[in-house]
Write a protein that binds this ligand. Structure first.
Ligand code: DAH
Length: 343
C-alpha cells in the first residue's frame, strides 16, 4: 500500500505540472480526491483493513500524500489564475497614441417642433386637449364636413393632391379636417388643438411649399361669443410676441365659419411702426378664425341651438419663419443639415 501511495503521488505531481487550463485542473482534482471514486480516496478506504501498527504509519503517509497533492493543486490554481488575468489586462490596454474617435453628435428638435411644442404647452395650460388626425384624409372630412361645397375653388386639382384610383381621398389641405372628427368623437363641450402637416399642390417658391404646418383650434361650449375668441387669440399673440402685442380682426370669408376673420398682430420687430418683416404695414397676418358655422356643428352631431363655438387656424410654418427670420420656406423641409444645425 505504501508503494501504491508513492506511485500515486509521483504520477499525480507530474500530471499537475503538465496541466494547462482550469478545466484540466478540476478534472484531476475529481479524479484523485473525488469523494466517491477518487483514486486517493479509494486507496485510503483500504486503511481500515490494516493492523493497528500499519494503520498509523500508512495512515500518516497517506495524509502526507494527500496534503502534498492538495498543495500542488493550489499552486497550479494560482498559476493559472495569474496567467488568465494577465491575459485580460493585456487585452484591455489602451493605445494612447491612437487618434480620438469623432465625437457623437447629439440631435435636437426641428424649428417646427420647437414652435409646435411651445404652443402645445400654452394651449394645454388653457385646458385644451391636443389631437391629431390622418394626413391622407377623406374628401368628406377635408371639404364637405367643413362646409366646403363641391364647386369650391379649394377643391381644384391645382390646389389639392388627390390620390390615383381613389378620387375621394386627398392629402389634407388644412388641419380644419380634424374639426368634425373631433366633434364626432368627443362631442360638446370641446376645447382642442390640432398641430400638423398639410399639403397643397403649389408651384414652390420662397413663400410657397407643397408641405407645411398649421395649428387648428376649436372651442365649443354654451354661450360662446366672438369676445371669447378674441380673448384666446390675444392671449396666444401675447404669449408669442410679448405683452404689448395687439390683435386686429378683419372680416374674411372661410366657408366653415360665420362670421370669419383674418387675424393680424402688431409686428414683433417694429411694434407696429412698419418695417421689412411686416412689409411696412405694422401688422403681420398669422391666423384665420371665426364662429363655427352651424352646418359644421351639425356634421359633428352637435346641436347648434344649444352650443356655439369658435375655430382658428394658425400658419405654424409662418410662425416659425417669423420667429427665426427664415426668408425661404423651402429650407424647412429640405433636410439640409447645414440649415437645421443652426437651431
Ligand atoms: N383652414 C384655413 C386655411 O387653411 C385656416 C382657418 C381659417 C382655420 C379660419 C379655421 C378658421 O379654423 O376658423 O387657410
Amino acid at each position: 500500500m505504501k508503494d501504491k501511495l508513492q506511485k500515486l503521488k509521483s504520477e499525480a505531481l507530474a500530471v499537475i505540472k503538465a496541466i494547462k487550463d482550469d478545466a484540466g485542473l478540476v478534472d484531476l482534482e475529481n479524479r484523485l480526491l473525488g469523494r466517491k471514486a477518487g483514486e486517493l480516496t479509494e486507496l485510503m478506504k483500504g486503511l481500515k483493513d490494516l493492523s493497528d501498527e500499519e494503520k498509523r504509519t500508512v495512515g500518516q503517509l497517506a495524509n502526507e500524500v494527500k496534503k502534498e497533492i492538495e498543495e500542488e493543486l493550489a499552486v497550479k490554481k494560482n498559476e493559472l489564475w495569474e496567467k488568465n488575468s494577465s491575459g485580460e489586462l493585456e487585452k484591455e490596454t489602451v493605445d494612447i497614441s491612437q487618434p480620438a474617435l469623432p465625437s457623437q453628435e447629439c440631435g435636437h428638435f426641428h424649428p417646427n417642433s420647437i414652435v409646435q411644442k411651445d404652443l402645445e404647452d400654452f394651449f394645454v395650460s388653457m385646458g385644451f386637449k391636443i389631437l391629431d388626425g390622418p394626413e391622407l384624409e377623406s374628401d368628406y372630412y377635408n371639404f364637405a364636413a367643413v362646409n366646403i361645397p363641391a364647386d369650391h375653388p379649394a377643391r381644384d386639382m391645382q390646389d389639392t393632391f388627390y390620390i390615383k384610383d381613389h378620387s375621394d381621398w386627398v392629402m389634407r389641405t388644412h388641419t380644419s379636417s380634424v374639426q368634425v372628427r373631433a366633434m364626432q368623437k368627443y362631442g360638446a363641450p370641446l376645447r382642442m388643438i390640432v398641430p400638423g402637416k398639410c399639403f397643397r399642390n403649389e408651384s414652390t417658391d420662397a413663400r410657397h411649399e407643397h408641405t407645411f404646418y398649421q395649428l387648428e383650434g376649436v372651442v365649443v361650449d354654451k354661450n360662446i361669443t366672438l369676445a371669447h375668441m378674441k380673448g384666446v387669440l390675444e392671449a396666444v399673440a401675447k404669449h408669442l410676441y410679448g405683452s404689448e402685442t395687439k390683435v386686429r380682426l378683419r372680416p374674411k370669408f372661410y366657408p366653415f365659419v360665420e362670421p370669419g376673420v383674418n387675424g393680424e398682430v402688431t409686428c414683433f420687430l417694429c411694434g407696429g411702426k412698419g418695417c421689412r418683416v411686416c412689409k411696412y404695414t405694422g401688422w403681420m397676418e398669422i391666423f384665420g378664425a371665426g364662429m363655427i358655422h352651424p352646418n359644421v356643428l351639425k356634421e359633428g352631431n352637435i346641436d347648434s341651438m344649444k352650443y356655439q363655438g369658435f375655430a382658428f387656424g394658425f400658419g405654424l410654418t409662418r410662425l416659425v419663419m417669423l420667429k427665426y427670420n427664415i426668408d425661404d420656406i423651402r429650407f424647412l423641409e429640405s433636410g439640409d443639415l447645414r440649415f437645421i444645425k443652426q437651431f
